[in-house]
Design a protein around this ligand. Structure first.
Ligand code: NAG
Ligand code: NAG
Ligand code: NAG
Ligand code: NAG
Ligand code: NAG
Ligand code: NAG
Length: 582
């Protein structure tokens, strides 16, 4: 053996040793990180679990079977008839509540794995809940909270993999949901098919009832009514919701924009300005979620046009302002707390970069005030003079969950931790969790909204413990109630469709790029024709006229996918965003 050969061998061994050694060290470090992350998740999910039970047990002690808890005075409010009723008109005389917070808690109890309490609640509702009450309620609110809560709980109760006692349950929740759905039908009896915003649960539409409603009021019924039809085999619920949605969509402007309020009898717009927040938000949400749940191409077509119009006319960097549906001109430059759901929706379409940047801005506002103020004037950089409250809303936590699931970036868990800490610091009182009346003083209000249990606690819990989602593919209604994606409800999923992990990702790279939803259900056009899932094209992207990006005029250039700005033709003859070249 020549000296040089043995030297090579020594070096080879040394190198090999180094590689093995460093890999071991890296693995040890990795498992150390993994261990700390797992411990953190366990600690945080316990913390959120405690929050839920603090809210729930106080409700059960001081308010049940009334609708919601007043945590400061430890009493109750029969608020179902007050939801959306800003001027508190036509309040009922003899209404003792519908156990609203219990209905809203059903799916959260399952997410937390408390089947005993879930069962107890189901039996109580089966025996005692009635909708034959003389109360005027908001169709929208009652649909997302009560119908959605019942339908979702029925599905969870009959899920063959859950530990709910089989055989003894005789579809009581579904029967209640159907009874409610029947009452909803009264609202749709209009010349346009657009539903009234208000009905009396016992007597139907009241004499001289207002004909004004909102875009979300007509456009976010399809998930709950559709699910009710699929479960009962009676198509009429889905049919009326679909008819209303189609009518609403037919009222869009030539820019594919909608207004915020409209008249259900005349079929005309009342408020032409709209954005992605209050009065409109869940309309967009339900188009994409209806497509994911039912697979119908029509929903995708509506969503895609509507989404492009939002990115084109409302978006300003990471912010969204309002615009006039007729001209596309900006009207109000305001951030509203409800808009914080938008990044979550963008995850469903795979538009992760845009979701990430908006979410970060919302979180900065949260950090600045401690919670998210209801309305902030972007142009004047100040809080809205009267809407300074934070009613325990879930939207930021919701988006944080979606972003974490899509990217697995641990930073989002830090966001969640910060949200949990704020809620415990500012809103927890002995009798539950109280809404913040004024974010500048952190003065509290005597109200614990049912969505705190249905959504805020649920999304935060799922951020740290997503075992509920394993092996399932759920979409969440706008009130946080899970509905499973099933091939029997879906037009395009194969017979043998079995859901994978909700957050299932094939590789690290892909994890940063695509959401589970966009991989599983959304049309392939989203991935720009590539099916390796590595590169998901933004929905605001419009291609340049030429593949080599050469141009003679601005018209030949498309729209940039991350900034959503129109590209311009540079002096060198290339499409770009660099104004100084052009
Ligand atoms: C509501 O509760 C009050 C007091 O318990 C009772 O007198 C009344 O009959 C109840 N009303 C209805 C409609 O159940
Ligand atoms: C379920 O909820 C009830 C009511 O809050 C509570 O007493 C019970 O300990 C919970 N069970 C579990 C397993 O968390
Ligand atoms: C129905 O409500 C009554 C009165 O609160 C209660 O005594 C009864 O146990 C309830 N039914 C069930 C099945 O929980
Ligand atoms: C409805 O409006 C008409 C005309 O304004 C009025 O005469 C009638 O009393 C109203 N009915 C109710 C129940 O308010
Ligand atoms: C989100 O934005 C931050 C800041 O710009 C960046 O560091 C991070 O990598 C982004 N994450 C994703 C998943 O795009
Ligand atoms: C979900 O995915 C993870 C890894 O991504 C895997 O460890 C786990 O077993 C999966 N669970 C199910 C139910 O498929």
């Amino acid at each position: 053996m020549s000296p040089s050969k043995s030297a090579v061998r020594v070096w080879t061994w040394a190198l090999l040793f180094l590689v093995i050694f460093s890999t071991t060290i890296t693995n040890m470090a990795m498992s150390e990180v993994g261990f700390r992350e797992a411990a953190k998740k366990k600690y945080m999910s316990e913390k959120v679990r405690k929050m839920f039970y603090h809210a729930y047990d106080n409700y059960m002690t001081h308010a049940f079977p009334h609708d919601e808890l007043k945590p400061l005075t430890k009493t109750f409010t029969d608020s179902l008839s007050e939801l959306g009723n800003l001027k508190l008109e036509h309040l009922p005389q003899h209404y003792n509540g519908s156990a609203l917070t219990l209905i809203e808690s059903l799916s959260s109890l399952v997410v937390l794995g408390n089947y005993t309490e879930f069962e107890r609640a189901v039996w109580w509702l089966s025996d005692n809940l009635t909708f034959d009450v003389d109360a005027r309620i908001s169709l929208f609110e009652c649909n997302i909270r009560v119908l959605g809560g019942l339908v979702s709980a029925h599905i969870l109760a009959t899920d063959s993999t859950s530990r709910f006692i089989q055989g003894t349950y005789k579809n009581q929740l579904l029967n209640l949901a159907e009874d409610l759905g029947q009452r909803f039908l009264w609202a749709f009896d209009t010349p346009t098919g657009l539903p009234y915003a208000w009905i009396n649960l016992k007597y139907g539409v009241m004499e001289n009832e207002t004909t004004e409603t909102s875009t979300s009021g007509c456009g976010s019924l399809i998930l709950e009514m559709g699910a009710l039809s699929r479960l009962t085999g009676d198509s009429k619920y889905e049919a009326v919701a679909l008819r209303a949605l189609r009518k609403l969509w037919s009222m869009r402007s030539s820019l594919d924009l909608l207004g915020t309020t409209l008249d259900v009898v005349k079929g005309e717009w009342i408020e032409y300005s709209s954005g992605i927040g209050a009065g409109v938000d869940s309309f967009y949400e339900y188009l994409i979620k209806a497509h994911i749940l039912f697979g119908r191409e029509e929903f995708w077509d509506m969503f895609h046009s509507a989404y492009l119009a939002v990115q084109k006319y409302f978006r300003h960097g990471p912010w969204y302002h309002e615009a006039d549906m007729r001209t596309g001109k900006a009207t109000y430059w305001q951030l509203t707390s409800l808009q914080a759901f938008w990044p979550g929706l963008q995850i469903l379409v795979g538009d992760i970069a845009a979701a990430n940047s908006s979410h970060r801005e919302f979180f900065h506002v949260w950090e600045r005030f401690g919670v998210l103020p209801e309305r902030y004037l972007l142009d004047r950089e100040m809080l809205h003079p009267t809407e300074k409250y934070y009613p325990l809303r879930p939207e930021l936590a919701e988006s944080t969950l979606y972003l974490y699931q899509a990217t697995k970036d641990p930073w989002y868990m830090e966001v969640g931790e910060s949200i949990v800490n704020s809620l415990n610091t500012y809103t927890k009182v002995e009798g539950g969790f109280a809404s913040v009346k004024d974010v500048t003083t952190m003065q509290l209000e005597d109200h614990q909204h049912s969505f705190f249990l249905a959504e805020t606690c649920k999304y935060l819990y799922l951020l740290f413990d997503d075992s509920f989602l394993a092996g399932k593919n759920y979409i969440f209604t706008t009130e946080g109630h899970p509905l499973p994606v099933r091939n029997s409800w879906h037009e395009r999923l194969p017979e043998a469709y079995t859901p994978t992990n909700w957050s299932y990702v094939k590789s690290e790279n892909q994890a940063k790029r695509a959401s589970a939803m966009s991989l599983q259900v959304c049309p392939d056009t989203l991935t720009g024709g590539r099916n390796d899932g590595y590169w998901v094209e933004s929905a605001c992207h419009v291609r340049d006229a030429r593949a080599d990006h050469m141009c003679q005029t601005d018209e030949e250039c498309g729209i940039d996918s991350t900034t959503c700005r129109k590209r311009t033709c540079s002096m060198a003859g290339y499409c770009g965003l660099w104004l100084f070249i052009a």
